[in-house]
Write a protein that binds this ligand. Structure first.
Ligand SMILES: C[S@@+](CC[C@H](N)C(=O)[O-])C[C@H]1O[C@@H](n2cnc3c(N)ncnc32)[C@H](O)[C@@H]1O
Length: 345
């Protein structure tokens, strides 16, 4: 029997159906340099001027700009019957490359890599496993072989990982007072963004980045100046090699890549190397305890299904993993997107 459903609800289905076009409109405007031009020019411009300066067709640019206004990524003013476009505050902050809080690397990664990878979502749901063999012809149990097929791919991945921390890094590293942990090891610390945040917040701490050998080579070359003596490097595989002894191990967006068994294995190894009185700091997006949201956690978990062996977890699930490895006095601090979880030895 058919029930009466208001058009508002039908609109929801239509809007979700358009979701992928919305993302691509934002990526296209970022890729073509619309937000950079408008940030740098500091004044509102006509679509003809923007098209000319960016070397695109007028007809295409005009349509893109009008759509960006609809998405609140641009604003428009009318003067003498002519439309003049400018950035919104959030586009200035997050979408222009030159902004110190730019999300441009992550937008380009989503556009160039994730956008096509999500085509494998149906297969991932059917099979209940990642699609790395189909996407990258790499083994499904060696997920980083897929992400790191070339030096350029690795750099783009690490830039993308870093970009979220220009927004949330300070919040996560100050969620707990870490000044009592002078020796910190950022396990899977990749692009060093959290390590830099840490040394700037805690003048008495040093941070060792532990990551795969080729990631450490890239990190040394691109992310930390040789003058920064409080950030050091250690090459290894955290499932096979000993990690350096430390007061605190940071595990940011590591556990969500792996299944429960591998998480407990990694946490148990960290517990063994952790100095007495030390701890582990986990940074992840948390699912609500009743799994009702937040939506970002569910969407991220879908991406984990396509690409990894892991998933996003609830506080109880992290509690269970930490307890199984021996960590105690487990505390949670919820942030604006990510949360910090501290467990003590
Ligand atoms: C999802 S990224 C997170 C990077 C960083 N912690 C952050 O939050 O921005 C996972 C990191 O773990 C590293 N990694 C993956 N497998 C590893 C392994 N077996 N041993 C050491 N590092 C590994 C990757 O190279 C990458 O830097």
């Amino acid at each position: 029997m058919e029930t009466t459903i208001g058009f508002e609800n039908i609109k929801l289905v239509l809007q979700h159906g358009f979701g992928f076009i919305i993302s691509k409109v934002m990526f296209t405007a970022a890729e073509l340099g619309v937000f950079d031009l408008l940030r740098e020019s500091g004044e509102v411009l006509t679509s003809a001027a923007i098209a000319e300066r960016l070397g695109t067709s007028h007809v295409g640019m005009e349509r893109l700009l009008e759509t960006c206004v609809g998405l609140k990524l641009l604003r428009v003013e009318k003067k003498d019957g002519e439309a003049l476009y400018g950035n919104t505050d959030v586009s200035n902050l997050c979408l222009a490359k030159s902004s110190p809080r730019s999300q441009y690397p992550s937008m380009m990664y989503s556009s160039e890599v994730s956008f096509s990878n999500v085509l494998y979502m149906t297969d991932a749901v059917r099979e209940g496993k990642n699609q790395m063999e189909k996407i990258y012809a790499s083994p499904s149990n060696d997920i980083f072989a897929g992400f790191y097929r070339s030096k350029q791919d690795m750099k783009k991945f690490l830039d993308t990982m870093n970009s979220v921390w220009v927004l949330n890094g300070n919040e996560m590293m100050s969620a707990f007072d870490l000044s009592c942990f002078p020796l910190i090891c950022d396990v899977g610390g990749g692009g060093c963004a959290l390590a830099k945040e840490c040394v700037s917040l805690y003048p008495n701490s040093t941070v060792t980045i532990f990551d795969l050998p080729k990631v450490i080579e890239t990190a040394k070359k691109h992310y930390v100046s040789s003058e920064e003596h409080r950030i050091t490097f250690h090459k290894g595989d955290f499932f096979k090699d000993p990690v350096p002894e430390a007061d605190l191990y940071v595990l940011s967006r590591i556990l969500h890549d792996w299944n429960d068994e591998k998480c407990v294995c990694l946490l148990t190894s960290l517990y063994k190397f952790c100095k007495p009185g030390g701890g582990v700091l986990i940074v992840e997006i948390l699912l609500n305890e009743d799994r009702s949201g937040p939506l970002e956690a569910h969407l991220q978990s879908m991406m984990m299904l396509i690409h990894t062996e892991g998933k996003e977890r609830t506080p109880s699930e992290y509690n269970a993993l930490l307890s199984a490895a021996g960590f105690k006095e487990i505390q949670f601090k919820k942030g604006s997107i990510y949360s910090a979880i501290l467990g003590r030895k």
